[in-house]
Design a binder for this molecule. Structure first.
Ligand SMILES: [Zn+2]
Length: 495
């Protein structure tokens, strides 16, 4: 381990109290399952017609009262993964937002599994998307030769694996990072391996382009297929079309950069760059534009779902909606993303809709984007043993089993987070400092409990978990390579 990482980890561990007890989990969320809660009531022996009527009435009542769902069936379904770059979960109605940013996603959530506590592995497109597509922790992708950002040849991606299992594969990406061919921000591409078709015609374009290309591409795909769609709308600059710009406005501003929807001057100043004038209303104005971008994407997600439904494809397709990271608006002193592992940047939506699913369910407990590929393989009935996935299949959670005791991790630059679903440790490895937040009472991470006597046990436990994770996943490389990647993208103006 490089000295600065080793010293930081040792500094974190030095203040840990000896042999703390393990954190006791809170009770699991309600278990709602057909077969468990929808048993017809015991009957007595009145005349046959009365029995039939009574049973019919009770059966209908049971259906109405119980959250009965069909048992999950594995099969060689199509898979559509919709990744929305820079979409924080708490700006969606389905995740409790009070503004009308996501009526179509909320409607989709009503017939999907919605994971209430999902996170991305990193707060930057690279290496978050690499991690998602391979079910590997992000440190695997740092420090590649010649500044490459893509998926290294030795690590198979979901597209390659599904192609080997007979799936037709295609992608449509608006991202300048998730690319087949080089861009200024990604000099070697490297995300297209395994995709028979990687459509780059929507580079930097809005959701209407991605949806249009997605529908055109999907028409020609032999089933079963895997289709990856990378939307970019909530990513800065924030420039939603009307009426989304006007309808979601939050404040007024006179700052030219804010009027342009450009968070970069403020982001750079907060990173230590040139000073500019700004007021809280300017940040609010930018957030209103961001919400407008989310709402515009949402309308296009609705268009995509409507057309897939019309073509009956939803009947035989697993649809996943998620994001690679969130976006900060000065909640912790920074703007944009790729800067911190606070919730604004790593807490992301995760929806999984199964073929013919009609009823939604909210699934509590921490999960990670790393879990998506193993979950898809499980749903498709494809053996994933020996493929090196580092996430966990979530099928037991869809089947109503309570959350496992687990700790999830997120990273960017010098920051690392360890989250157990209740507490969250945010560690700055370079500074050797740690913060602890109780997410159950403080989801905005306002009150640092690291010095509180009552928090000694979770603090010590999460420090140990993080130290073990760093030793396993990062070794000599992590911090330095993470910083180098950050500096490279920053110099190019992407961050
Ligand atoms: Zn991104």
């Amino acid at each position: 381990m490089i000295p600065v990482v080793r010293d930081a980890v040792e500094a974190l561990l030095r203040s840990a109290p000896p042999m703390p007890r393990r954190h006791e989990r809170r009770p699991s969320p309600a278990r709602l399952r057909a077969g468990q809660e929808c048993q017809p009531p015991r009957r007595r022996l009145p005349p046959p017609l009365a029995v039939a009527l009574l049973l019919s009435a009770l059966f209908v009542a049971a259906l109405l009262v119980c959250s009965c769902r069909l048992p999950i069936q594995r099969g060689r379904w199509n898979v559509v993964v919709v990744l929305v770059d820079t979409l924080r979960a708490d700006h969606l109605g389905a995740y409790g937002y009070g503004r009308p940013t996501s009526p179509r996603l909320d409607a989709l959530a009503a017939e999907s599994y919605l994971f209430t506590d999902a996170r991305a592995q990193a707060s930057c497109t690279y290496p978050s998307v690499n991690s998602l597509l391979t079910s590997r922790h992000p440190a695997r992708f740092l420090g590649q030769k010649d500044g490459a950002l893509g998926i290294p040849p030795r690590i198979p991606s979901i597209a390659e694996l599904l192609a080997a299992h007979g799936f037709t594969t295609a992608a449509v990406s608006a991202s300048p990072v998730v690319r087949q061919s080089p861009t200024r921000f990604n000099p070697h591409g490297g995300f297209s391996r395994g995709f028979a078709r990687f459509d780059e015609s929507c580079l930097w374009k809005d959701a209407a382009c991605v949806t249009k290309r997605a529908l055109a591409v999907s028409e020609r795909l032999r089933e079963p297929f895997f289709l990856y769609l990378h939307y970019l709308d909530p990513h800065g600059p924030y420039d939603p079309p009307q009426p989304f710009r006007k309808d979601l406005r939050l404040a007024r501003t006179r700052q030219p950069w804010a009027l342009r929807g450009d968070p970069n001057p403020l982001a750079k100043m907060l990173d230590g760059g040139p000073k500019i004038d700004y007021a809280p209303r300017d940040v609010r104005y930018l957030m209103g534009l961001y919400d407008g971008e989310v709402a515009f994407f949402d309308s296009q997600l609705g268009e995509l779902v409507d057309r897939l439904r019309e073509r009956k494809l939803l009947e035989r397709t697993i649809l996943v909606v998620l994001s690679d990271h969130g976006e900060s608006f000065r909640e912790h002193g920074t703007m944009k993303h790729c800067r911190t592992v606070y919730e604004s940047e790593v807490k992301t939506p995760l929806l999984v809709r199964l073929p013919r699913q009609r009823e939604g369910a909210r699934v509590a407990g921490p999960v990670e984007n790393l879990d998506v590929v193993p979950t898809l393989f499980d749903l498709l009935g494809i053996q994933s043993e020996g493929l090196g996935f580092e996430g966990r299949a979530l099928l037991p959670r869809l089947n109503g089993e309570p959350p496992e005791e687990r700790v999830s991790f997120a990273m960017i630059n010098q920051q690392r987070a360890a989250i157990d679903g209740h507490y969250k440790l945010v560690a700055d490895l370079a500074a050797g400092k740690a913060q602890l937040f109780d997410l159950s009472t403080d989801p905005g991470e306002r009150r640092d409990l690291a010095a509180a006597a009552t928090a000694r046990e979770p603090l010590a436990r999460l420090r140990r978990e993080l130290e073990a994770f760093l030793a396993k996943t990062e070794g000599e490389a992590g911090l330095r390579q993470s910083e180098e990647a950050d500096q490279r993208l920053r110099a190019l103006g992407y961050l």
